[in-house]
Design a protein around this ligand. Structure first.
Ligand SMILES: [Zn+2]
Length: 278
């Protein structure tokens, strides 16, 4: 797939895989008669979702946003999601896409749900080792603390082997609300999906790319009120979607969605009280 040239940056989609999840969970209170027109469900009411990662090449860095679902779900969970029985290591997928995984020196996690950071580490005989040994990993400190609260509502989303070995080894930096990780590339909190989820922006040569993570998981979620049942703070999701998508439409930003199985990059325009793909 062709990448996106953005000033001095070059950005590529790396799709770690496609899984299937209950459509109702992805669209919350939206009636199935409406969402199924955009994303038809299978006989188990599941819809296809991608684990989308983005690789950014700058003059100095090779940065990976998200690391996909990884290798820590058991066979039953993999079957339930219609994933292949054996996980493929993300460095192999990166290499197949034409990039040297050894050169990835920065890894960004928008949040620490397993489907965003599962490929941070790879299990070797039960021990989780960094998938990208040269990289410094970045995630929100608030999100990492939240993960360890093990709340009944969302504890199932967290697998400590995806991040704790990196934190313990000093390989993962836990950051505050708005941080410019490398020049031009920022992580900014956009609450809604949870308290500390971050979107990632890359700016170069006057152009902007924005990885919206689970603020807008697929193009079908561009409608501000189409919010997943997973979201802990749906009203804030709506507010933040309006804020970020309005800026994206006005600024002509290039957007990347965390889970859309078809779109690599898109721009959007405002339309009535919503947004549409360009
Ligand atoms: Zn997600």
């Amino acid at each position: 797939m062709a990448g996106l040239s953005l000033g001095n940056f070059e950005i590529h989609l790396i799709r770690e895989g496609v899984y299937h999840w209950d459509g109702g969970a992805l669209f919350g209170v939206v009636p199935k008669t409406l969402w199924s027109r955009k994303t038809p469900a299978d006989e188990l009411n599941r819809i296809p979702l991608a684990f989308n990662c983005y690789l950014i090449r700058t003059d100095e860095h090779q940065i990976l946003i998200e690391t996909g679902g990884g290798d820590k779900q058991d066979a039953r969970a993999r079957e339930r999601m219609n994933l292949p029985p054996e996980p493929r290591p993300l460095p192999d997928i990166v290499a197949e896409a034409g990039f040297d995984p050894e050169r990835i020196d920065v890894v960004l996690n928008s949040h620490l749900h397993w489907d965003h950071c599962g490929g941070n580490t790879i299990l070797h005989g039960g021990i989780a080792r960094p998938a990208f040994p040269r990289a410094t990993y970045y995630a929100s400190r608030g999100e990492w603390e939240h993960a360890h609260l093990r709340l009944s509502r969302d504890s199932i989303s967290y697998i400590d082997a995806n991040y704790d070995p990196l934190v313990d080894a000093g390989r993962m930096k836990l950051i505050g609300a708005d941080t410019e990780v490398v020049p031009g590339i920022r992580m900014q909190v956009a609450p809604g999906h949870n308290r500390d989820m971050m979107v990632v922006t890359a700016e170069s040569g006057g152009a902007t790319f924005c990885f919206l993570s689970d603020l807008v998981p697929t193009a079908a979620h561009l409608h501000p009120t189409w919010v997943a049942a997973f979201d802990l703070y749906p009203l804030e999701s709506i507010d933040n979607k309006l804020k970020w998508l309005t800026a994206a439409a006005a600024g002509g930003w290039h957007l990347g969605f965390a889970h859309d199985p078809q779109i690599d990059f898109t721009r959007i325009a405002t339309e009535k009280n919503s947004f549409r793909l360009l």
